[in-house]
Design a protein around this ligand. Structure first.
Ligand SMILES: Cc1ncc(COP(=O)(O)O)c(C=O)c1O
Ligand SMILES: N[C@@H](CCCC[NH3+])C(=O)O
Length: 441
Protein backbone atom coordinates (compact mmCIF):
# COMPACT_ATOMS: atom_id res chain seq x y z
CA UNK A 1 0.00 0.00 0.00
CA UNK A 2 1.21 3.50 -0.81
CA UNK A 3 1.47 4.58 2.82
CA UNK A 4 0.54 3.20 6.20
CA UNK A 5 -3.05 4.31 6.45
CA UNK A 6 -6.10 2.94 8.17
CA UNK A 7 -8.84 1.75 5.85
CA UNK A 8 -12.15 2.25 7.63
CA UNK A 9 -15.65 0.94 7.12
CA UNK A 10 -16.18 -0.82 3.79
CA UNK A 11 -12.94 0.44 2.25
CA UNK A 12 -10.75 -2.13 0.56
CA UNK A 13 -8.23 -2.38 -2.20
CA UNK A 14 -9.66 -4.34 -5.11
CA UNK A 15 -8.06 -6.65 -7.70
CA UNK A 16 -7.19 -3.69 -9.90
CA UNK A 17 -5.23 -2.13 -7.06
CA UNK A 18 -7.86 0.58 -6.74
CA UNK A 19 -9.47 1.90 -3.60
CA UNK A 20 -13.02 0.70 -3.26
CA UNK A 21 -15.68 2.12 -0.90
CA UNK A 22 -19.16 0.69 -0.45
CA UNK A 23 -18.43 -1.79 -3.22
CA UNK A 24 -17.74 1.06 -5.68
CA UNK A 25 -14.37 1.51 -7.39
CA UNK A 26 -13.24 5.03 -6.55
CA UNK A 27 -11.54 5.38 -9.94
CA UNK A 28 -14.88 4.68 -11.65
CA UNK A 29 -16.70 7.12 -9.37
CA UNK A 30 -14.19 9.84 -10.22
CA UNK A 31 -14.50 9.12 -13.93
CA UNK A 32 -18.28 9.31 -13.93
CA UNK A 33 -18.88 12.06 -11.36
CA UNK A 34 -15.72 14.17 -11.60
CA UNK A 35 -13.48 15.46 -8.82
CA UNK A 36 -13.21 16.77 -6.19
CA UNK A 37 -15.83 14.36 -4.95
CA UNK A 38 -17.05 13.61 -1.46
CA UNK A 39 -17.85 9.91 -1.01
CA UNK A 40 -20.00 8.82 1.92
CA UNK A 41 -19.92 5.20 3.10
CA UNK A 42 -23.54 4.53 4.07
CA UNK A 43 -22.82 1.25 5.83
CA UNK A 44 -20.25 2.84 8.16
CA UNK A 45 -22.46 5.85 8.74
CA UNK A 46 -25.39 3.67 9.75
CA UNK A 47 -23.16 1.46 11.85
CA UNK A 48 -21.97 4.48 13.85
CA UNK A 49 -25.56 5.64 14.34
CA UNK A 50 -26.54 2.17 15.55
CA UNK A 51 -23.64 1.95 17.95
CA UNK A 52 -24.67 5.28 19.50
CA UNK A 53 -28.32 4.27 19.62
CA UNK A 54 -27.46 0.95 21.20
CA UNK A 55 -25.05 2.47 23.73
CA UNK A 56 -27.58 5.05 24.94
CA UNK A 57 -31.24 4.54 23.98
CA UNK A 58 -30.74 0.78 23.71
CA UNK A 59 -29.75 0.66 27.39
CA UNK A 60 -32.09 3.33 28.78
CA UNK A 61 -35.00 3.98 26.47
CA UNK A 62 -35.40 7.48 27.79
CA UNK A 63 -31.86 8.51 26.81
CA UNK A 64 -31.50 10.31 23.53
CA UNK A 65 -28.82 10.67 20.87
CA UNK A 66 -29.09 13.80 18.76
CA UNK A 67 -26.92 13.91 15.66
CA UNK A 68 -25.19 17.31 15.42
CA UNK A 69 -26.26 18.59 12.00
CA UNK A 70 -23.41 21.08 11.77
CA UNK A 71 -21.04 18.22 10.98
CA UNK A 72 -22.91 17.44 7.75
CA UNK A 73 -26.58 17.81 6.92
CA UNK A 74 -28.35 17.35 3.62
CA UNK A 75 -31.77 15.85 2.91
CA UNK A 76 -30.45 12.29 2.52
CA UNK A 77 -28.46 12.57 5.74
CA UNK A 78 -31.55 13.70 7.66
CA UNK A 79 -33.41 10.64 6.33
CA UNK A 80 -30.67 8.27 7.43
CA UNK A 81 -30.54 9.82 10.89
CA UNK A 82 -34.31 9.50 11.22
CA UNK A 83 -34.21 5.92 9.98
CA UNK A 84 -31.66 5.08 12.66
CA UNK A 85 -33.84 6.46 15.43
CA UNK A 86 -31.69 9.44 16.38
CA UNK A 87 -32.84 13.01 16.94
CA UNK A 88 -31.20 16.13 15.50
CA UNK A 89 -29.39 19.10 16.96
CA UNK A 90 -29.75 22.08 14.63
CA UNK A 91 -28.10 25.42 15.03
CA UNK A 92 -29.92 27.64 12.56
CA UNK A 93 -33.15 28.14 10.66
CA UNK A 94 -31.32 26.73 7.65
CA UNK A 95 -30.47 23.44 9.31
CA UNK A 96 -34.01 23.29 10.66
CA UNK A 97 -35.42 23.86 7.17
CA UNK A 98 -33.30 21.03 5.73
CA UNK A 99 -34.46 18.68 8.48
CA UNK A 100 -38.12 19.57 8.13
CA UNK A 101 -37.97 19.39 4.33
CA UNK A 102 -36.63 15.86 4.71
CA UNK A 103 -39.70 15.10 6.84
CA UNK A 104 -37.78 14.87 10.13
CA UNK A 105 -40.16 14.91 13.12
CA UNK A 106 -39.93 18.35 14.72
CA UNK A 107 -40.30 17.02 18.26
CA UNK A 108 -36.97 15.20 17.86
CA UNK A 109 -35.14 18.40 16.93
CA UNK A 110 -33.31 20.62 19.43
CA UNK A 111 -32.53 24.20 18.40
CA UNK A 112 -29.10 25.47 19.46
CA UNK A 113 -27.07 28.58 18.78
CA UNK A 114 -25.59 31.52 20.65
CA UNK A 115 -27.43 34.17 18.67
CA UNK A 116 -30.68 32.81 17.28
CA UNK A 117 -32.75 35.40 15.49
CA UNK A 118 -36.34 36.18 16.48
CA UNK A 119 -37.44 34.76 13.10
CA UNK A 120 -35.62 31.49 13.76
CA UNK A 121 -37.11 31.20 17.24
CA UNK A 122 -40.62 31.82 15.88
CA UNK A 123 -40.07 29.30 13.08
CA UNK A 124 -38.86 26.68 15.56
CA UNK A 125 -41.76 27.25 17.95
CA UNK A 126 -44.29 27.23 15.13
CA UNK A 127 -42.94 23.89 13.88
CA UNK A 128 -43.00 22.45 17.39
CA UNK A 129 -39.32 21.62 17.88
CA UNK A 130 -38.57 19.44 20.88
CA UNK A 131 -36.40 21.88 22.81
CA UNK A 132 -34.92 25.31 22.51
CA UNK A 133 -31.49 25.43 24.08
CA UNK A 134 -31.24 28.93 25.49
CA UNK A 135 -27.68 30.25 25.46
CA UNK A 136 -27.74 33.62 27.27
CA UNK A 137 -29.88 36.24 29.03
CA UNK A 138 -30.62 38.10 25.81
CA UNK A 139 -32.08 34.92 24.37
CA UNK A 140 -33.93 34.03 27.54
CA UNK A 141 -35.81 37.32 27.29
CA UNK A 142 -36.27 37.03 23.53
CA UNK A 143 -37.70 33.51 23.69
CA UNK A 144 -39.95 34.50 26.59
CA UNK A 145 -41.28 37.52 24.69
CA UNK A 146 -41.94 35.46 21.55
CA UNK A 147 -43.69 32.75 23.60
CA UNK A 148 -45.86 35.50 25.07
CA UNK A 149 -46.78 36.78 21.59
CA UNK A 150 -47.52 33.27 20.38
CA UNK A 151 -49.34 32.38 23.62
CA UNK A 152 -47.35 29.23 24.23
CA UNK A 153 -44.96 27.64 26.62
CA UNK A 154 -41.59 26.46 25.35
CA UNK A 155 -39.72 23.41 26.58
CA UNK A 156 -36.19 24.66 27.11
CA UNK A 157 -32.73 23.66 28.24
CA UNK A 158 -30.19 26.20 29.48
CA UNK A 159 -26.72 26.02 28.00
CA UNK A 160 -24.13 26.19 30.76
CA UNK A 161 -20.41 26.93 30.46
CA UNK A 162 -19.10 24.54 33.10
CA UNK A 163 -15.55 25.91 33.18
CA UNK A 164 -13.89 22.79 31.80
CA UNK A 165 -10.78 23.02 29.65
CA UNK A 166 -11.02 20.27 27.05
CA UNK A 167 -7.70 19.39 25.46
CA UNK A 168 -8.43 20.21 21.87
CA UNK A 169 -7.61 23.03 19.48
CA UNK A 170 -8.55 26.32 21.16
CA UNK A 171 -10.91 27.19 18.29
CA UNK A 172 -12.98 24.07 18.99
CA UNK A 173 -12.91 24.13 22.80
CA UNK A 174 -16.10 25.61 24.13
CA UNK A 175 -16.67 24.73 27.78
CA UNK A 176 -14.03 26.94 29.43
CA UNK A 177 -15.01 30.05 31.43
CA UNK A 178 -13.75 32.41 28.72
CA UNK A 179 -16.15 31.18 26.04
CA UNK A 180 -18.85 32.85 24.02
CA UNK A 181 -21.25 29.97 24.72
CA UNK A 182 -23.62 29.50 27.61
CA UNK A 183 -24.34 30.84 31.11
CA UNK A 184 -21.17 30.85 33.19
CA UNK A 185 -21.37 28.50 36.12
CA UNK A 186 -18.47 29.96 38.06
CA UNK A 187 -19.85 33.48 38.55
CA UNK A 188 -23.38 32.40 39.42
CA UNK A 189 -24.96 33.33 36.08
CA UNK A 190 -26.05 29.76 35.47
CA UNK A 191 -27.96 29.54 38.74
CA UNK A 192 -29.53 32.96 38.20
CA UNK A 193 -30.66 31.82 34.75
CA UNK A 194 -32.29 28.74 36.26
CA UNK A 195 -34.22 30.94 38.72
CA UNK A 196 -35.27 33.32 35.97
CA UNK A 197 -36.46 30.50 33.72
CA UNK A 198 -38.39 28.88 36.58
CA UNK A 199 -40.12 32.15 37.36
CA UNK A 200 -41.49 32.53 33.83
CA UNK A 201 -44.93 31.20 32.89
CA UNK A 202 -43.64 30.75 29.33
CA UNK A 203 -40.98 28.19 30.06
CA UNK A 204 -40.99 24.55 30.93
CA UNK A 205 -37.39 24.19 32.12
CA UNK A 206 -36.48 20.59 31.27
CA UNK A 207 -32.82 20.67 32.16
CA UNK A 208 -29.39 21.90 31.24
CA UNK A 209 -26.90 21.48 28.44
CA UNK A 210 -23.16 21.77 28.02
CA UNK A 211 -20.73 21.06 25.24
CA UNK A 212 -17.09 21.20 26.21
CA UNK A 213 -15.47 21.00 22.80
CA UNK A 214 -14.80 18.84 19.80
CA UNK A 215 -12.24 16.21 18.66
CA UNK A 216 -11.70 15.25 22.32
CA UNK A 217 -9.62 12.09 22.65
CA UNK A 218 -9.66 11.71 26.45
CA UNK A 219 -12.58 10.31 28.40
CA UNK A 220 -11.67 12.21 31.54
CA UNK A 221 -12.93 15.50 30.11
CA UNK A 222 -16.35 13.94 29.50
CA UNK A 223 -16.43 12.37 32.97
CA UNK A 224 -15.57 15.70 34.49
CA UNK A 225 -18.36 17.40 32.52
CA UNK A 226 -20.86 14.80 33.76
CA UNK A 227 -19.78 15.28 37.37
CA UNK A 228 -19.66 19.07 37.28
CA UNK A 229 -23.07 19.32 35.63
CA UNK A 230 -24.63 16.89 38.13
CA UNK A 231 -23.15 18.87 41.05
CA UNK A 232 -24.72 21.95 39.50
CA UNK A 233 -28.12 20.26 39.20
CA UNK A 234 -27.89 19.15 42.82
CA UNK A 235 -27.08 22.68 43.91
CA UNK A 236 -29.89 24.09 41.77
CA UNK A 237 -32.32 21.67 43.42
CA UNK A 238 -31.16 22.69 46.85
CA UNK A 239 -31.51 26.40 46.06
CA UNK A 240 -34.76 26.31 44.08
CA UNK A 241 -36.49 22.98 44.71
CA UNK A 242 -36.38 22.27 40.97
CA UNK A 243 -35.36 18.77 39.90
CA UNK A 244 -34.01 18.71 36.37
CA UNK A 245 -35.31 15.93 34.15
CA UNK A 246 -32.74 16.21 31.38
CA UNK A 247 -28.98 16.52 31.15
CA UNK A 248 -27.60 17.16 27.67
CA UNK A 249 -23.84 16.70 27.60
CA UNK A 250 -23.28 17.80 24.01
CA UNK A 251 -20.95 16.12 21.54
CA UNK A 252 -17.21 16.10 21.20
CA UNK A 253 -15.95 12.54 20.87
CA UNK A 254 -12.88 12.61 18.63
CA UNK A 255 -11.99 10.38 15.71
CA UNK A 256 -8.88 8.93 14.13
CA UNK A 257 -7.48 11.28 11.51
CA UNK A 258 -3.80 10.41 11.52
CA UNK A 259 -1.11 8.51 13.41
CA UNK A 260 -1.18 9.38 17.10
CA UNK A 261 -4.95 9.83 17.31
CA UNK A 262 -6.33 7.17 19.61
CA UNK A 263 -9.98 7.94 20.27
CA UNK A 264 -12.07 5.99 22.77
CA UNK A 265 -14.79 3.86 21.21
CA UNK A 266 -18.41 5.00 21.18
CA UNK A 267 -19.15 2.33 23.79
CA UNK A 268 -16.32 3.47 26.08
CA UNK A 269 -17.51 7.04 25.75
CA UNK A 270 -21.10 6.07 26.59
CA UNK A 271 -19.97 4.12 29.63
CA UNK A 272 -17.84 7.00 30.90
CA UNK A 273 -20.64 9.53 30.49
CA UNK A 274 -23.29 7.36 32.09
CA UNK A 275 -21.11 6.24 34.98
CA UNK A 276 -20.10 9.78 35.86
CA UNK A 277 -23.76 10.81 35.98
CA UNK A 278 -24.80 7.69 37.91
CA UNK A 279 -22.07 8.22 40.53
CA UNK A 280 -23.22 11.75 41.18
CA UNK A 281 -26.88 10.73 41.24
CA UNK A 282 -26.03 8.32 44.04
CA UNK A 283 -23.94 10.90 45.89
CA UNK A 284 -26.66 13.55 45.77
CA UNK A 285 -29.65 11.16 45.93
CA UNK A 286 -30.75 12.76 42.69
CA UNK A 287 -33.11 10.91 40.32
CA UNK A 288 -31.21 9.90 37.20
CA UNK A 289 -31.97 12.48 34.51
CA UNK A 290 -32.55 11.59 30.89
CA UNK A 291 -29.06 11.68 29.35
CA UNK A 292 -28.78 13.34 25.96
CA UNK A 293 -25.65 13.44 23.79
CA UNK A 294 -25.03 15.25 20.52
CA UNK A 295 -22.32 13.53 18.50
CA UNK A 296 -21.47 14.91 15.07
CA UNK A 297 -17.92 14.12 14.02
CA UNK A 298 -17.76 10.61 15.50
CA UNK A 299 -20.84 9.61 13.48
CA UNK A 300 -20.02 11.00 10.08
CA UNK A 301 -16.32 11.86 9.83
CA UNK A 302 -14.88 8.37 9.27
CA UNK A 303 -17.61 7.64 6.71
CA UNK A 304 -16.41 10.42 4.38
CA UNK A 305 -13.57 10.39 1.85
CA UNK A 306 -12.66 13.15 -0.58
CA UNK A 307 -11.21 12.27 -3.97
CA UNK A 308 -9.13 14.76 -5.92
CA UNK A 309 -7.31 14.70 -9.25
CA UNK A 310 -3.63 15.50 -9.10
CA UNK A 311 -2.46 18.24 -11.45
CA UNK A 312 0.65 20.36 -11.26
CA UNK A 313 3.75 19.55 -9.23
CA UNK A 314 6.63 21.67 -8.07
CA UNK A 315 9.79 19.93 -6.95
CA UNK A 316 12.26 22.04 -4.95
CA UNK A 317 15.15 19.59 -4.69
CA UNK A 318 16.32 19.00 -1.15
CA UNK A 319 13.39 20.96 0.22
CA UNK A 320 9.97 19.72 -0.80
CA UNK A 321 7.82 18.45 -3.62
CA UNK A 322 4.45 20.17 -3.85
CA UNK A 323 1.69 18.17 -5.50
CA UNK A 324 -1.44 20.17 -6.29
CA UNK A 325 -4.99 18.84 -6.37
CA UNK A 326 -8.15 20.27 -7.89
CA UNK A 327 -9.69 21.27 -4.53
CA UNK A 328 -8.27 22.46 -1.22
CA UNK A 329 -9.29 24.76 1.59
CA UNK A 330 -12.60 25.41 -0.14
CA UNK A 331 -13.77 21.81 0.31
CA UNK A 332 -11.68 21.13 3.45
CA UNK A 333 -10.78 24.22 5.49
CA UNK A 334 -9.74 22.20 8.56
CA UNK A 335 -5.98 22.01 7.89
CA UNK A 336 -5.87 25.78 7.34
CA UNK A 337 -8.11 26.54 10.33
CA UNK A 338 -6.93 24.05 12.92
CA UNK A 339 -3.69 22.61 11.53
CA UNK A 340 -5.69 19.39 11.18
CA UNK A 341 -3.77 16.37 9.92
CA UNK A 342 -5.16 13.88 7.44
CA UNK A 343 -4.10 10.66 5.79
CA UNK A 344 -4.66 9.65 2.22
CA UNK A 345 -3.65 7.32 -0.56
CA UNK A 346 -3.41 7.38 -4.32
CA UNK A 347 -6.70 5.70 -5.16
CA UNK A 348 -5.60 4.35 -8.56
CA UNK A 349 -2.28 3.05 -7.18
CA UNK A 350 -3.57 1.90 -3.81
CA UNK A 351 -1.59 -1.34 -3.80
CA UNK A 352 1.75 0.24 -4.74
CA UNK A 353 4.57 0.85 -2.28
CA UNK A 354 5.52 4.38 -1.32
CA UNK A 355 8.38 5.77 -3.43
CA UNK A 356 8.47 9.44 -2.47
CA UNK A 357 7.22 11.90 0.12
CA UNK A 358 5.20 14.83 -1.17
CA UNK A 359 3.12 17.65 0.28
CA UNK A 360 -0.41 18.04 -0.98
CA UNK A 361 -1.48 21.56 -1.74
CA UNK A 362 -4.85 22.92 -2.78
CA UNK A 363 -5.49 25.21 -5.72
CA UNK A 364 -6.50 28.34 -3.83
CA UNK A 365 -4.44 31.50 -3.98
CA UNK A 366 -3.25 31.11 -0.40
CA UNK A 367 0.08 29.71 0.74
CA UNK A 368 -1.77 28.25 3.72
CA UNK A 369 -3.88 26.10 1.42
CA UNK A 370 -2.11 22.86 2.29
CA UNK A 371 -4.07 19.64 2.75
CA UNK A 372 -1.34 17.21 3.88
CA UNK A 373 2.33 17.77 4.69
CA UNK A 374 4.80 14.98 3.97
CA UNK A 375 2.64 12.20 2.61
CA UNK A 376 4.43 9.02 1.46
CA UNK A 377 3.08 8.03 -1.98
CA UNK A 378 4.07 5.87 -4.93
CA UNK A 379 5.48 7.88 -7.86
CA UNK A 380 2.65 10.24 -8.75
CA UNK A 381 1.78 11.91 -12.01
CA UNK A 382 -0.86 14.30 -13.25
CA UNK A 383 -4.20 12.54 -13.51
CA UNK A 384 -3.65 10.30 -10.48
CA UNK A 385 -6.40 10.35 -7.86
CA UNK A 386 -5.74 11.26 -4.26
CA UNK A 387 -8.22 10.01 -1.66
CA UNK A 388 -8.16 11.81 1.69
CA UNK A 389 -9.84 9.97 4.55
CA UNK A 390 -12.19 10.95 7.34
CA UNK A 391 -13.58 14.03 5.65
CA UNK A 392 -17.25 13.32 6.41
CA UNK A 393 -17.54 15.96 9.14
CA UNK A 394 -16.97 19.71 8.89
CA UNK A 395 -15.86 19.53 5.27
CA UNK A 396 -18.91 19.89 3.02
CA UNK A 397 -20.63 21.79 5.84
CA UNK A 398 -17.72 24.26 6.08
CA UNK A 399 -16.96 24.46 2.38
CA UNK A 400 -16.83 27.77 0.55
CA UNK A 401 -16.71 29.26 -2.92
CA UNK A 402 -13.44 31.11 -2.38
CA UNK A 403 -11.72 31.82 -5.69
CA UNK A 404 -15.15 31.09 -7.21
CA UNK A 405 -14.47 27.38 -6.90
CA UNK A 406 -17.46 25.08 -7.04
CA UNK A 407 -18.58 22.90 -4.16
CA UNK A 408 -18.06 19.21 -5.02
CA UNK A 409 -20.82 16.66 -5.41
CA UNK A 410 -21.54 14.22 -2.58
CA UNK A 411 -22.15 10.60 -3.47
CA UNK A 412 -23.59 7.99 -1.12
CA UNK A 413 -22.24 4.50 -1.71
CA UNK A 414 -23.68 1.21 -0.52
CA UNK A 415 -23.25 -2.36 -1.78
CA UNK A 416 -21.98 -1.29 -5.20
CA UNK A 417 -24.65 1.41 -5.67
CA UNK A 418 -23.65 5.06 -5.93
CA UNK A 419 -26.26 7.80 -5.53
CA UNK A 420 -25.49 11.48 -5.81
CA UNK A 421 -27.05 13.18 -2.77
CA UNK A 422 -25.68 16.64 -3.54
CA UNK A 423 -25.08 17.76 -7.11
CA UNK A 424 -21.83 19.44 -8.03
CA UNK A 425 -22.28 23.21 -8.19
CA UNK A 426 -22.20 24.99 -11.50
CA UNK A 427 -20.96 28.44 -12.48
CA UNK A 428 -24.65 29.31 -12.78
CA UNK A 429 -25.08 28.53 -9.07
CA UNK A 430 -22.24 30.91 -8.30
CA UNK A 431 -23.77 33.79 -10.21
CA UNK A 432 -27.44 33.12 -9.38
CA UNK A 433 -27.66 35.63 -6.56
CA UNK A 434 -25.58 38.37 -8.13
CA UNK A 435 -27.50 41.47 -9.23
CA UNK A 436 -26.45 44.24 -11.61
CA UNK A 437 -27.91 47.62 -10.66
CA UNK A 438 -29.51 49.55 -13.51
CA UNK A 439 -26.69 52.08 -13.66
CA UNK A 440 -24.15 49.37 -14.37
CA UNK A 441 -26.05 47.86 -17.27
C1 LIG B 1 -23.69 22.35 20.95
C2 LIG B 1 -22.94 21.34 20.17
N1 LIG B 1 -23.36 20.07 20.19
C3 LIG B 1 -22.74 19.12 19.47
C4 LIG B 1 -21.63 19.41 18.70
C5 LIG B 1 -21.00 18.30 17.94
O1 LIG B 1 -19.70 18.09 18.28
P1 LIG B 1 -18.85 16.91 17.67
O2 LIG B 1 -18.94 17.00 16.20
O3 LIG B 1 -17.49 17.16 18.17
O4 LIG B 1 -19.41 15.62 18.20
C6 LIG B 1 -21.14 20.71 18.67
C7 LIG B 1 -19.91 21.05 17.92
O5 LIG B 1 -18.81 21.04 18.43
C8 LIG B 1 -21.81 21.71 19.42
O6 LIG B 1 -21.40 22.97 19.39
N1 LIG C 1 -15.68 22.91 12.96
C1 LIG C 1 -14.88 22.24 13.94
C2 LIG C 1 -15.70 21.63 15.02
C3 LIG C 1 -16.48 22.64 15.78
C4 LIG C 1 -17.84 22.17 16.01
C5 LIG C 1 -18.78 23.22 16.54
N2 LIG C 1 -18.72 23.46 17.96
C6 LIG C 1 -13.99 21.21 13.28
O1 LIG C 1 -14.02 21.11 12.08
O2 LIG C 1 -13.25 20.52 13.92
Amino acid sequence: MSSKVRLQGTMRINDKGHLEIGGCDVVDLAASLGTPLYILDEALLRQNCRRYYQAFTGQNENDLVLYASKAFLVLAMARIIQDEGLGLDVVSGGELAIALTAGFPAEKIFLHGNNKSAAEIRYALRCGVGRIVVDNYYELELVERICGEMALKAAILLRIAPGIEAHSHSYISTGQVDSKFGFTMENGDALRAVKKALASPHFELKGVHCHIGSQILELEAFRLAGRVMMDFLAEARQRTGWTAEELDLGGGLGVYYSEGDDPPTIEEYARAVKESVADKCREHAFPRPRIIVEPGRSIVSPAGTTVYTIGSMKDIPGIRKYVAVDGGMTDNPRPALYQAKYEGIIANKAAEEAAEVVSITGRCCESGDMLIWDLPVPRVEAGDLLAIFSTGAYNYSMSSNYNALLRPAVVLVLDGKADVIVERETWGDLIRNHRLPERLL
